[in-house]
Design a protein around this ligand. Structure first.
Ligand SMILES: C[S@@+](CC[C@H](N)C(=O)[O-])C[C@H]1O[C@@H](n2cnc3c(N)ncnc32)[C@H](O)[C@@H]1O
Length: 234
């Protein structure tokens, strides 16, 4: 779709300096406009954190990210944690759950102790979310997992490499678009709203859980949190 979207913008629009992708999802459409100011928004924190990783103008230390990802890939975790206690042998194997929980906790500790900044935190969480999603024992969403499946693939993190020279005015939001649109301006707005009335957080609850790291109690076969009891409402 991206070449098509770009060609329509090129032939139909003049003087586009800023692009607002207000239901940005994966950020794929925004990624086609990195030569302009980008405004992203998504109600899912797990999507927002990826937008910060890919598009935020905040500086980060590449070597630090590389060293941490090498360390996370090499670590052997034997202690249980929130992820292994709640998700072992469901969407991921026990070992991968231990590793996911350990890495996510370590990222948060490093952020709280200011060893990493907001962008570095987002880059590491994005790497973890992509790595986890790649090996998840699902059919694309987290409503169900395949019972009795053999966990053939194991967690591996890759170093995200955002484009250099991003526009210094790029902004990423994590808000309800219906509210946000009252206060933002852009030359071009890309509007790709949900395709049905189902909440995305229902299908992607596990990624949202890992991204937010509020460690809610989870229930049922799909191990979803009770949305009424969540600290952040999503
Ligand atoms: C159809 S998807 C967008 C896909 C996106 N264009 C891409 O390339 O990945 C719709 C997105 O809207 C988000 N969303 C749903 N309701 C929202 C709301 N009220 N405010 C902001 N984002 C919302 C969902 O989390 C989802 O990521």
């Amino acid at each position: 779709m991206l070449p098509f979207i770009k060609s329509v913008v090129k032939s139909e629009c003049n003087n586009i300096h800023s692009v607002a992708d207000i239901f940005a999802g994966t950020g794929a459409v925004s990624s086609a406009f990195t030569d302009k100011q980008i405004i992203t928004n998504d109600i899912l924190y797990s999507n927002y954190i990826c937008h910060v990783a890919w598009f935020s103008p905040m500086k980060y230390d590449k070597k630090k990210i590389q060293a941490l990802i090498i360390y996370y890939n090499s670590v052997n975790v034997i202690a249980d944690n929130y992820v292994s206690e709640n998700f072992a042998d469901t969407f991921f194997s026990l070992e991968d759950c231990r590793k996911i929980g350990f890495i996510r906790e370590d990222i948060e500790k490093k952020f709280i102790s200011r060893e990493i900044n907001e962008r570095e935190r987002a880059l590491l969480i994005t790497s973890l979310l992509y790595g986890a999603d790649k090996i998840a024992n699902t059919c694309g969403h987290y409503d169900a997992y395949r019972k009795g499946a053999v966990f053939e693939r194991h967690l591996q993190l890759f170093v995200p490499v955002p484009e250099n020279n991003l526009n210094t005015n790029n902004i990423c939001y994590n808000e309800d678009t219906n509210e946000l649109v009252r206060s933002i301006k852009a030359d071009l707005v890309y509007i790709d709203p949900p395709y049905n009335s189902r909440q995305y957080c229902d299908a992607y609850h596990l990624l949202e859980n890992i991204a937010r790291w509020e460690k809610p109690e989870v229930f049922g076969v799909a191990r979803k949190p009770d949305r009424k009891k969540l600290k952040s409402k999503y």
